[in-house]
Ligand binder design. Sequence first.
Ligand code: NDP
Length: 270
Amino acid sequence: MKKFAVIGNPIKHSLSPQIHSEFAHQHSIDLSYEKILAEDDKAFESEILHLINKGFTGVNVTLPFKGRAAEISSTRTSQVHLTGSANTLSFDNDAIEAHTTDGIGLVNDLSEKIGTISNSSILLLGAGGAANGVIPSVFSEKISHLFLWNRTIEKSFDMVDSWQKSYKNISVMDVIDLNKIDIVINATSAGIDDHASSPINLNDSHGDLICYDMVYGKQTPFLKNARDNNLTFFDGLGMLVKQAAASFEIWHEKKVESKSVEDYLRSALT
Ligand code: NDP
């Protein structure tokens, strides 16, 4: 039986064991998948060595260790190089191969829900690991322009400086103008705090604006603001399931059906 785990801090609420067990069921694969809490970077690294010695096939990595996971790996995909973040590690003897599937999870989910994001003008809110981690996948869809906005706007200017080395059609939107935007993606953690307000005001948007929040399992102030303006909106549960599907494919070389797993989790969460 192949052994897997997800490592992070906190980890208690991770849905990854459930998701991978549903995917394994689709292919009648026998596997184990556990949650592991690591206190800090040092504990994370020693846990990885321990799992390699115990014959684990791979691990998923979640906050706050995605950067460290990329650093300690022996080989990295081009997306891991670009984003400096890894959420999927495969072990081959002592070698660690790093992948990142968050971006593909977002793009696959948006594509399933709205058709395609090609030629879209996108506003990405946030300047943390989640925002930076999806940028190469978003650009791989040949979008028309990516605008960045963050509460601490200097970080958006820094992001543009850094990403302009790879992509030309990226700029900061320091004064929000939603008339220029087809899709707004909230990659801030504002929704985690029930008392926070929506990071931007959607009241002045045109009626075709599509709103996507990476947070899942709750209606965030951003999604409430979208709902109150009768806009089309989605939470990040589909992204979570589809990044797991991409990890599963890396480890097992098998494609999975993810919509039924998303529906099942959504009914369990509400
Ligand atoms: P970080 O801590 O790295 O970044 C947090 C970001 O949120 C910063 O840009 C910060 O702005 C901004 N922010 C925090 N509070 C507020 C607020 N009240 N108003 C406006 N902006 C705010 O987090 P990550 O980038 O790693 O994650 C962001 C979110 O994405 C998390 O909620 C995470 O759960 C979710 N996520 C979901 C995934 C999925 O599969 N669905 C995958 C990955 C992440 P500032 O710089 O000004 O502090």
